[in-house]
Design a protein around this ligand. Structure first.
Ligand code: UT7
Length: 357
């Protein structure tokens, strides 16, 4: 029997076997922002929990971050063989083509399937489900999934509501075909959307809607816009609902969860969701303080951060839950496998911090 055969009807599962995170070295602290915006460190920390974020240099793009994270994730499993590369991002290098083929090519992965997933901050969880589908269908035995975003390229630096929240980064995982019952197998997905609220998070210009109109887009339309308060309310409700649906489909109780790894939108949102679920806040993995909201990168970066610090250990049960523009949301479960500990994603920066104003 082939090791990938898991029974007469069971399809192979996607099993986490490699992990890495990477952030660019430019750092923007709350104090930097307060120098150019009508804001201050106390407001930002109280309302969001964020102290600093990392940003790309001029000319650096999402694929540059994705390649760094992807290369480290592949090195952690000592492989250069995958059958598919998925990049989850809201900030692709170009509107056309997708970013994943260029990332695959730069990683030396010739001829593999490569595509982007666009589900805004839920992109990584949608990407996990896509990778699991490719593996279950027998299309791929090994998938490299990267969540990467450079929000600093789409947020208006003068927009104090959004400039304080977002940061740039990338996180990558390698998934291999395996048994649904083994540690690292991702499953019990809950994915959802509500396009009736697409206007709550939007970049109006650049797509076919705006391009089919005559005239140049305004500065406002070229930048990321978010109705923060309404998004906040949806985020708390949808994340809690999705987490509950996932636990229920697996027959798990809240108390079975050792670590809740939410999309790092805002510390208050994460704590509200944990409270709603009845999860002690200490079980909520957070790194929003150090990197802000890194979009599709936030969950894999949080995982890399937690694994590097040995906060998550083999056998621990994790619930991943995300929420983002679309609106979109999603959750899944996994039991942490024995993995080579990734390097701390911020090591490079902490050794020689270079700041940006
Ligand atoms: O990742 C995808 C999902 N994204 C999210 O989940 C983000 C969700 N939203 C949020 O995190 C929060 O809504 C924000 C952090 C964006 C804003 O926090 P808030 O507590 O909802 O503040 P607010 O928008 O209600 O604004 C409160 C006040 C306003 O002043 P007035 O009208 O009460 O006088 C704002 O003008 O705070 C003001 N304000 C600021 N003050 C200082 C807004 N931004 C700032 C700022 N510094 N940076």
């Amino acid at each position: 029997m082939s090791p990938l055969t898991v029974g007469p009807s069971a399809a192979p599962a996607a099993v986490l076997c490699g992990l890495a995170g990477w952030v660019p070295s430019g750092v923007v602290t709350n104090e930097h922002l307060a120098r150019r915006l009508d804001t201050d460190d106390a407001w930002i920390r109280t309302r969001t929990g964020i102290r600093r974020r990392h940003v790309v240099d001029p000319g650096q793009a999402t694929s540059d971050l994705a390649v760094e994270a992807g290369r480290r994730a592949l090195a952690s499993v000592a492989t250069d063989r995958v059958d598919a590369v998925i990049v989850a991002t809201t900030t692709p290098d170009h509107t056309c083509p997708a970013t994943a083929p260029a990332v695959a090519s730069r990683l030396g992965l010739a001829r593999v399937a490569a595509f982007d997933v666009g589900a805004v901050c839920t992109g990584f969880v949608y990407g996990l489900a896509s990778a699991a589908g490719l593996i279950a269908a027998g299309v791929a035995e090994r998938v490299l999934l990267i969540g990467a975003d450079t929000y600093s390229t789409i947020v208006d630096p003068l927009d104090r509501a959004n400039a304080i929240i977002f940061g740039d980064g990338a996180g990558a995982v390698v998934l291999r075909a395996g048994h649904p019952d083994e540690p690292g197998a991702v499953g019990h997905f809950d994915l959802g959307s509500d396009g009736a609220h697409e206007d709550l998070i939007v970049v109006a210009a650049g797509g076919s809607r705006q391009r089919s109109r005559p005239g140049e887009p305004s500065r406002q339309d070229r930048h990321f816009a978010m109705r923060g308060k309404e998004v906040y309310r949806h985020a708390v409700t949808r994340m809690a609902e999705s987490a509950r649906a996932t636990l229920s489909s697996a027959g798990w109780k809240t108390g079975d969860i050792d670590h809740f790894v939410p999309h790092q939108a805002n510390l208050r949102i994460l704590h509200s969701v944990a409270d709603d679920l009845g999860l002690p806040r200490e079980r909520c993995v957070t790194h929003v303080e150090s990197v802000g909201n890194t979009g599709a990168a936030s969950i894999p970066l949080a995982l890399a951060d937690a694994a590097a610090g040995q906060l998550v250990r083999p056998g621990d049960r994790l619930l991943l839950t995300a929420f983002g523009g679309g609106l979109t949301w999603g959750s899944c479960l996994l039991t942490w496998p024995a993995l080579p500990a990734p390097a701390h994603p911020y090591d490079l920066c902490d050794q020689g911090e270079r700041t940006t104003s």
